[in-house]
Design a protein around this ligand. Structure first.
Ligand code: I3P
Length: 449
């Protein structure tokens, strides 16, 4: 059961054609469709931004990350192509080329959370120079498809959202939906591969909203609490003192309790968004953001993610502002509670950048008598998700990061001018001194003569 869909003209027009910079054999192997298919990526101007390198002091973990970025720079071949998708989702997944021996690959890869697995897969992909690897979501959620598409395990909730979104003003901001396909007796949603054609992509996943659990989950937990040992363990690993004496005794916590705690230790509760994972130029995935709460640390992470490039930051800002305007007009957004959804930031070395709304597995229609605002605090029964509140804060943080980068670049260039002036003065002084000495010597010689 496969349904292909015509991309409407307005979406085509918004796209900028990208022919990936690939090794020759890769280009030859591209089919016509892949070459002619425009990608909705934004081409940022001014590739060689002066503010490319950040001089911001980072906490030790960021410094460590910088080191790993440098290491990965060395290990990435310039002709490598990387076609992997990093939809942030709660659980790990490994999806392989349909021609690959899945069992063999599974043996080689540990079952991990999505970002960790994503990194492993990216590295594996890079080593193999062009392996078709897809990854994300809950275990077994994704499967590779033909070039330019990915398959995500069918979820009626997500499917309904994507169908509705294809008719909504938000369409340009979500991966194109191509219907349902059957593979190995499993139904998948076929959608656009957002990383197709990107060269050593940098990817950042931000979970949006002030709430990450459904009201339904909360109601269930109140009626029939299901203690989760795994969540207790994750909680203790991060904050040994976080569980109550009762929870310590049970060695378990309920899901809403864990989710609410996660929201409070990260920036979700305060800013309405949190960074889930970052990879820079297909380098190692950094995902230890669970306790990242302060705006300053978030801004530093944006600097690391963009390598302080003003053009990339500006392109992201523009895209998010347009998205914000579209959200305010969207019928879908007005009527849906968007929980656990992410914004996927992607850019590559050639200055292509874009931001996408992804992960609609917990996005459900709100009761018909409710008109959602998305920018007010949540109270049980209101179904508010704080999506717009989070987006507003995200935009403000990105804007401030851009100003910080600009200021840093200005200070750096002022310093350079000053250093140059000082250098000139020193040279002048030295020349004068030399002239004087030569004059004296000449005079002396003349005198002697
Ligand atoms: C997970 C994260 C996911 C959630 C998952 C949590 O915690 O909050 O969003 O999945 O619940 O374990 P963490 O990021 O700290 O690992 P859902 O969004 O699908 O609820 P789960 O274990 O019940 O899948």
């Amino acid at each position: 059961m496969e349904k292909s869909e015509q991309i409407p003209l307005e979406k085509e027009l918004q796209k900028v054609s990208v022919v990936p910079h690939m090794a020759e054999q890769d280009i030859k192997s591209l089919d016509r469709e892949a070459l002619s298919k425009p990608r909705s990526l934004k081409h940022s101007e001014n590739r060689e931004s002066k503010a490319r390198q950040s001089t911001v002091d980072l906490p030790p973990e960021e410094e460590q990350h910088k080191k790993s970025i440098r290491q990965s720079d060395r290990s990435v071949s310039s002709t490598s192509t990387c076609s992997s998708v990093a939809y942030s989702s709660p659980e790990s997944d490994q999806v392989f080329s349909e021609e690959e021996d899945i069992q063999t690959k599974r043996k080689t890869l540990r079952k991990t959370k999505s970002w960790k697995t994503f990194f492993t897969m990216v590295h594996w992909s890079l080593r193999r120079q062009n392996s078709w690897v897809q990854l994300a979501g809950h275990e077994g959620n994704f499967k590779a498809s033909e070039r330019g598409h990915i398959l995500k395990k069918f979820s009626p909730i997500e499917n309904a959202c994507l169908v509705a979104l294809m008719e909504d003003v938000l369409r340009p901001y979500v991966p194109t939906y191509y219907g349902l396909v059957e593979r190995d007796e499993q139904t998948y949603i076929k959608m656009e591969d957002l990383l197709m054609g990107l060269e050593a992509p940098s990817i950042m996943d931000c979970k949006i909203g002030i709430r990450t659990y459904l009201e339904e989950e909360l109601a269930k937990a109140l009626l029939k609490p299901t203690p989760r040992k795994d969540m207790y363990n994750k909680m203790v690993a991060l904050e040994p003192e976080a569980p109550t004496p009762e929870e310590h005794k049970q060695q378990a916590v309920t899901k809403p309790r864990y989710m609410q705690w996660r929201e409070s230790v990260s920036s979700t509760a305060s800013l309405g968004f949190r960074i889930e994972g970052v990879t820079v130029e297909a380098g190692p995935v950094k995902k230890n953001f669970k306790k990242m709460k302060s705006r300053d640390n978030i801004m530093d992470t944006f600097v690391v993610f963009t390598k302080g490039r003003k053009d990339i930051l500006a392109a992201y800002l523009e895209r998010l502002e347009n998205m914000q305007a579209a959200l305010q007009k969207s019928e879908f957004f007005r009527t849906h509670e968007v929980i656990g959804s992410s914004l996927l930031f992607v850019h590559d070395r050639r200055s292509f950048s874009n931001v996408w709304m992804i992960d609609f597995g917990k996005t459900t229609p709100a009761p018909s008598h409710i008109t959602l605002r998305h920018d007010v605090p949540w109270e049980p029964g209101t179904h508010e998700d704080g999506y717009l509140f989070g987006l507003k804060n995200l935009i403000a943080s990105l804007r401030d990061t851009m100003h910080m980068v600009e200021e840093t670049a200005e200070v750096a260039s002022e310093c350079t001018v000053q250093e140059e002036e000082e250098e000139k003065d020193t040279v002048k002084e030295k020349t004068l001194l030399k002239c004087k000495m030569e004059g004296n010597t000449t005079n002396g010689e003349n005198k002697e003569l």
